[in-house]
Design a protein around this ligand. Structure first.
Ligand code: SAM
Length: 236
């Protein structure tokens, strides 16, 4: 029987947890969680479970991925029921591959449990559909953060040509550079662009702008929570 779960915690609102993840949290003996997982969700965890915040170990901003993989395998070896709880959906920018590979290499089987991803929660909160007949025939989920901590190496022209809606994760740090790339690639400066901070949480803030004005609006707002950027005609 599987005793190891890689589960999505959703965007923050505890009511947006799946029933399955909520049950796993009640039954877990160890929970390794990201720092994005807030107190409302942590409160649902079995009070006897060992909680490991892998987002804030050793006084660092976040533990290196290799250390998280090592811890995951170490806890799996104890034979206890382990839930690795990740913000949003684990299959979207969740470093899931590394953790699955570490578990497989150590001989453990596991189950991946989906969660609601930030883009879905942000769009729902805005009462906007990311796809729309004739206006947005595709949705592109992209990162705004490259592996080397700079801008990601996207094919910007291909993205601009593709049209549709864009959900940009981890985009706030390099937003001016991202916007510049998208404009250079041919996207219209007046394209609707929205930044949603802390989607689904009471602290949620929405900044509506155009592609050209978004970076300035976000800089002035100085967000402290996670920010998702949505761009496209359907966001108008
Ligand atoms: C490492 S990625 C994890 C994404 C996550 N697996 C998901 O499916 O939502 C972290 C980024 O997700 C976005 N994000 C996560 N939760 C968010 C929220 N509640 N509101 C806005 N953006 C969020 C932000 O862009 C943040 O920088």
């Amino acid at each position: 029987m599987t005793r190891i779960f890689l589960a999505g915690a959703g965007p923050g609102d505890p009511e947006l947890l799946t029933m399955k993840t909520a049950r796993l949290l009640r039954e877990a003996e160890v929970v390794l969680h990201d720092s994005l997982v807030g107190p409302g969700i942590l409160a649902l965890i079995n009070p006897d479970a060992e909680l490991v915040d892998v987002g804030k170990r050793c006084g660092r901003a976040s533990a290196p991925q290799a250390e998280i993989c090592r811890l995951l395998v170490e806890y799996a070896r104890t034979g206890r029921m382990v839930v690795r709880l990740k913000g949003g959906d684990p299959v979207i920018f969740g470093r899931l591959t590394e953790e699955m590979e570490a578990l497989r290499a150590a001989g453990f089987s596991f189950e991946v449990v989906p969660g609601i991803t930030a883009a879905a929660a942000a769009a729902a909160g805005l009462e906007l559909s990311l796809t729309q007949r004739r206006i947005a025939r595709s949705l592109h989920i992209i990162t705004g953060h490259g592996a080397d901590a700079g801008l990601p190496a996207h094919d910007w022209s291909a993205l601009a040509r593709a049209g549709g809606s864009f959900a940009i994760y981890m985009g706030s740090k390099h937003l001016p550079g991202l916007v510049e790339k998208l404009l250079e690639a041919g996207m219209a400066p007046g394209l609707p662009a929205i930044a949603v901070e802390s989607a689904s949480l009471p602290a949620q803030r929405v900044l509506r702008a155009t592609l050209a004005s978004l970076a300035g609006a976000v800089a002035r707002a100085a967000p402290s929570g996670p920010v998702l950027v949505l761009v496209g005609e359907a966001l108008g």
